[in-house]
Design a protein around this ligand. Structure first.
Ligand SMILES: NC(=O)c1ccc[n+]([C@@H]2O[C@H](COP(=O)([O-])OP(=O)(O)OC[C@H]3O[C@@H](n4cnc5c(N)ncnc54)[C@H](OP(=O)(O)O)[C@@H]3O)[C@@H](O)[C@H]2O)c1
Length: 365
């Protein structure tokens, strides 16, 4: 077997579609060769949404492990908006190099080990990349964390509520310093992070208002998650509805979106309010940070704090314990949007920017 990677064939039915509707490969056509590692490698830095070919599906042989290494099979991939930033330029992490396996967080299980710290069957989350198999070596301790098998708890919670989104919501809400009776507004409220933020706000006794992009999403967060109000920002009168839902102004903006939504929310902030700058997704496909005007920040004497979840790594266990406790006692509910197949990961990434997901977006391999 050649050790050179092989580009997978795109199915004939896909190639025959007119260019305008042609999508990413819809199926992996596996060769008969065993021990193949399918990978998605960055081929072009995308402009706007991902286009076919920006991520290329490659077959590589599954490498043989040496002493001090373990091989893990990736079962689930966490699809996160920051992946689009990693494709474009250096940010808080260096950009993924063209030709490299696309960086991604995943859930994996050890299938073979010559590493003293890992045994077959161990389960981990960490930077697996968009691929089927990943090698763990001496540097794995920094980028992987073992997770337990908990009866009746699906593995995917370690990518959502007990993973990056739960942790982000937890530490972001710590920055927000919520007090009973505060009005908290969260954008991308039916997403993986926003849906947990709002529920933590309720645990702290806040009035919680969520902003989301469909009536179904609004119904979920208001009826099932207990938000006090939910505003569909795609309705023309959403700004008036936001004003009605926040009669005492806004004390905390948990900002996930930026742009017009952030500008409108800042306009209703109370003096000395707190803005937790978690993400600015409306700008990620536009090469524009989507930042609202600082004039409002100044005039309203707001405290704005940005954060990156990696800064809190030393406290992840403490946060996961609290999140797990809330989940066990029914105070945190979650939902997942699961897309099947590595080859669908590019479509899945785009769903984040078109609102195709409710709750945590995951690719199942
Ligand atoms: N600071 C950190 O360490 C950290 C860590 C994790 C995530 N984040 C940030 O948190 C935010 C949410 O991430 P997530 O992983 O939880 O994703 P998510 O909310 O599950 O998915 C993204 C959602 O954003 C909404 N959206 C996309 N484009 C939009 C636009 N132009 N205007 C308004 N809404 C838009 C869509 O929902 P609608 O249907 O409602 O439009 C989409 O479903 C992102 O900004 C992300 O970068 C930051």
């Amino acid at each position: 077997m050649s050790h050179l990677p092989r580009i997978l064939t795109v199915g004939a039915e896909v190639a025959l579609l007119p260019a305008a509707v042609r999508k990413f490969p819809t199926k992996i056509f596996r060769s008969n060769v065993s021990n193949i590692n399918c990978q998605l490698r960055l081929q072009n830095r995308p402009k706007g949404l991902l286009a076919p070919g920006d991520l290329q599906l490659i077959e590589s042989p599954v490498p043989e492990i040496r002493d001090g290494q373990a091989l893990a099979r990736v079962k689930y991939l966490s699809i996160d908006p920051t992946m689009r930033l990693w494709m474009a330029a250096d940010t808080y992490l260096p950009a993924v190099g063209v030709g490299e396996v696309m960086r991604a967080i995943g859930f994996a299980e050890i299938v073979e080990s010559r590493h003293p710290d890992y045994k077959k069957g161990d389960r981990l989350t960490g930077l697996t990349g968009l691929q089927e198999y990943v090698i763990l070596d001496e540097s794995a301790k920094r980028s992987f964390q073992k997770v337990p098998k908990i009866p009746f708890v699906p593995d995917t919670v370690f990518l959502g509520v007990l993973g990056v989104n739960g942790l982000t919501a937890f530490f972001g809400m710590e920055i927000a310093q919520p007090k009973k009776g505060d009005t908290l507004v969260v954008s991308a409220a039916a997403g993986a992070t926003g849906s947990i933020v709002g529920q933590i706000g309720k645990i702290h006794g806040c009035r919680v208002v969520g902003i989301a992009g469909s009536d179904d999403k609004c119904a979920w967060i208001a009826k099932d998650l207990g938000f006090d109000a939910a505003i569909n920002y795609k309705h023309p009168d959403w700004k008036e509805k936001l004003a009605t839902a926040t009669p005492k102004g806004i004390d905390i903006d948990f900002e996930n979106v930026g742009g017009d939504i952030m500008q409108t929310v800042l306009g209703r902030m109370n003096l000395h309010g707190r803005v937790v700058l978690c993400g600015l997704i409306s700008g990620y496909t536009k090469g524009d940070p989507g930042m609202a005007s600082f004039a409002t920040v100044l005039v309203k004497r707001l405290r704005v704090q940005g954060f990156i979840i990696l800064d809190y790594a030393s406290r992840f266990m403490e946060a996961a314990t609290q999140l797990g406790h809330w989940k066990m006692f029914g105070k945190l509910k979650d939902r997942e949007t699961i897309v099947e197949g590595l080859e669908k990961a590019p479509d899945a990434i785009n769903m984040l920017f078109t609102g195709g997901n409710t709750g945590k977006l995951i690719v199942k391999l």
